[in-house]
Design a protein around this ligand. Structure first.
Ligand code: SAM
Length: 234
């Protein structure tokens, strides 16, 4: 019998925001795999830590946080081979993914390489979108609102056009792109309707007004939520 490969969404940061199913599987899978930056700690591993018993086999998948700047497919191919080896040997593997695996999640690249030949199951997680909305006390969208998810690396012209045709938006992957995004929101007179949070639900969480943010220190794990009416219920 081959083992099952579970892609487990571990939520945005607070270990209590892992689903019951995710926590149960973390307690029984003998092999745990997770992405990590080139140096330092894996956020997904840190979030899941309270649910992982000692003595598990661990596969660390190291790559730069902004994987688009790197031949990440080679890294995923090597990890997929290692994970497949455990599955063939009959061992279940839990692959950790920050937030939800199928919402810009790293697990999808392993899924693409494994799902046609092995038993792969996706366990959804609490996404950073809904977690940030809760932290900011800012419902994402209501009624027939058009809600957009906009990656901050997109260029100013596209960002402006997308914001102009959305009732509400989440701007993700801020990091070094924050200053550009703040300028665009200012030009569209949306600054007062925008809210910023970094590291939502983690101990280092910070909520700031846009104008109080130091653009030089904005982390990758940050987001702006903006609603044209400011509050979706209005
Ligand atoms: C590649 S996407 C991964 C999204 C993740 N799979 C999810 O479901 O939330 C990474 C982006 O999600 C957002 N993000 C993830 N976790 C966050 C957190 N705890 N606080 C704020 N933003 C977060 C940031 O905008 C970050 O750049």
């Amino acid at each position: 019998m081959t083992g099952t490969i579970f892609g487990i969404g571990v939520g945005p940061g607070d270990p209590e925001l892992i689903t019951l199913k995710g926590a149960r599987l973390l307690g029984i899978c003998p092999v745990i795999a997770y992405p990590a930056p080139l140096e330092g700690e894996s956020l997904a591993r840190r979030i899941a830590a309270p649910h992982i018993p000692n003595g598990r086999v661990e596969i660390v998948i190291r790559m730069p946080i902004e994987a688009s700047r790197f031949p990440a497919q080679d890294v995923y191919a090597r990890a997929a081979t290692e994970i497949a080896g455990h599955s063939i040997a009959g061992r279940d593997v839990a692959v950790l993914c920050e937030g939800d695996p199928f919402f810009y999640g790293s697990f999808m690249y392993l899924f693409a390489k494994l799902a046609n030949r092995y038993r792969v199951e996706v366990v959804p997680g609490v996404s950073s979108l809904t977690a940030c909305a809760a932290v900011l006390a800012n419902p994402l969208a209501a009624r027939n609102d058009v809600f957009s998810v906009l990656p901050a690396p997109m260029n100013e012209t596209d960002l402006t056009a997308r914001l102009e045709t959305s009732d509400a938006a989440a701007i993700i992957k801020l990091g070094r792109h924050f200053a550009k995004v703040r300028d665009v929101l200012e030009r569209l007179e949306l600054t007062a309707q925008a809210r910023y949070v970094e590291r939502a639900t983690l101990p280092a969480q910070r909520v700031l007004a846009l104008n109080d943010v130091d653009a030089a220190t904005v982390p990758y794990f940050s987001m702006i939520l903006v609603h044209r009416r400011r509050d979706a219920w209005l």
